[in-house]
Design a protein around this ligand. Structure first.
Ligand code: PLP
Length: 374
């Protein structure tokens, strides 16, 4: 396993805070909002009503029905609740999926830059991550042509993640359609769905039924610590996944599964309020970062990240992130965390209040002026 470098930054930031130093956090990929009211009420009610026992290993049936309804309403796709497996977050669902698909030496195509944990999950299941470079000049869009060049007899899957961590890119419908037609099984990590500020995101299930969807409640519903996610897979995979779930995890948290139903059915207003707030912060952050000289060739339109080119300051993103932390007292994520192609970039998260984002960017501005003088 490689370390998750942003956690190194965060832990150093926490050490500084223990010494009384104020640090602005633009490194963490976690909503700063509290859970929506209907979710809080649903957890409390679930505990009071005794939803404290094991559930069905595939998940509470009503939650699976609510997930199926959500996919029908939002994307117009029909998903049988029997094809859904509920898990304690997207991460365990990811582990189940890679364990299901991979034998030693099997290859999985991923984008570079991409979510830092994918290669580790793939290796943990015995597989080999095969990165496809994506670049800012092409709007960090994965292209079917580039993927096709990396397909071999060992290729078992391709992972897509739109909106993306770390780039904030939303993959166009045309690109998704081309990717779906490549004949490689697509694993679509849809965890940032709903957090889109221009146009709309598409689900892979709009293009093929043969794909596997990973999704969860951490980001859109600000439920990171409650740990709830799910996967949607072709029917033939459900029984093997269920056997792993029964042995490895038994089931997801029962009270939190009830909260998942409330999130999907009753938290629409809260979600829209958070989405609008993220959008304000996004526009502010992009404008200011550009003014400070960071390169943002393609405006990010989803998730809550800006992946900014900082090569004019330093080609070593790890050292730069620590220098910014020590000197400017602002946490940022080093681009190298997200793959070799991310080197020279910094990921800024706008999952923080606009006042704190402004304070953080003011500090970076001062740091850059000071750096010029030295
Ligand atoms: C792309 C992506 N997938 C999955 C996860 C993990 O989510 P969960 O909290 O549901 O395990 C994250 C968390 O940062 C993420 O960015």
């Amino acid at each position: 396993m490689t370390p998750f470098l942003v956690m190194d930054v965060l832990e150093r930031a926490h050490a500084m805070e223990r010494q009384g130093i104020d640090v602005v956090h633009l490194e963490v990929g976690e909503p700063d909002f509290d859970i929506p009211g209907p979710v809080r009420e649903a957890v409390a009610a679930a505990l009071a009503e005794g939803h404290t026992h094991y559930t069905h290993s595939l998940g509470d049936f009503e939650l699976r029905e609510a997930i199926a309804e959500h996919y029908a309403d939002r994307y117009g796709v029909s998903v049988d609740p029997e094809r859904i497996v509920v898990s304690s977050g997207t991460s365990p669902a990811m582990m189940l999926v890679f364990s299901l698909l991979l034998e030693a030496g099997d290859e999985v195509i991923i984008s570079d830059p991409g979510y830092a944990c994918y290669p580790n999950f793939i290796r943990f299941a015995g597989g080999v991550p095969v990165p496809v470079p994506i670049c800012e000049e092409d709007g960090f869009q994965l292209s079917a042509e580039m993927v096709a060049r990396r397909i071999t007899s060992r290729t078992r899957a391709l992972v897509i993640n739109s909106p993306s961590n770390p780039t904030g890119t939303v993959l166009s419908g045309e690109r998704m359609e081309e990717i779906a037609q490549l004949g490689v099984r697509v694993i679509s990590d849809e965890i940032y769905h709903g957090l889109v500020y221009v146009g709309r995101e598409r689900s892979i299930l709009e293009f093929t039924d043969d794909a596997i969807v990973l999704n969860g409640f951490s980001k859109l519903y600000a439920m990171t610590g409650l740990r709830l996610g799910y996967l949607i897979a072709p029917q033939k995979f459900i029984r093997p996944i269920q056997k792993m779930q029964q042995n490895l995890f038994i089931c997801a948290n029962s009270a939190v599964q009830r909260a998942g139903i409330a999130a999907l059915r009753d938290a629409g207003e809260d979600v829209e309020r958070m989405r609008r707030t993220y959008d304000e912060r996004r526009r502010y952050m992009v404008r200011r970062l550009r003014k400070l000289g960071f390169g943002i060739a393609a405006e990010p339109t989803g998730a809550f990240y800006v992946f900014a080119n900082a090569r004019h300051i330093s080609a070593d993103s790890y050292s730069l992130a620590f220098e910014i932390l020590e000197r400017a007292r602002v946490g940022v994520a080093p681009g190298i965390d997200f793959g070799a192609e991310g080197e020279g970039y910094l990921r800024f998260s706008y999952a923080n209040s606009i006042e704190r984002i402004a304070e953080g960017l003011d500090r970076i501005e001062e740091y850059l002026v000071d750096r010029e003088r030295r």
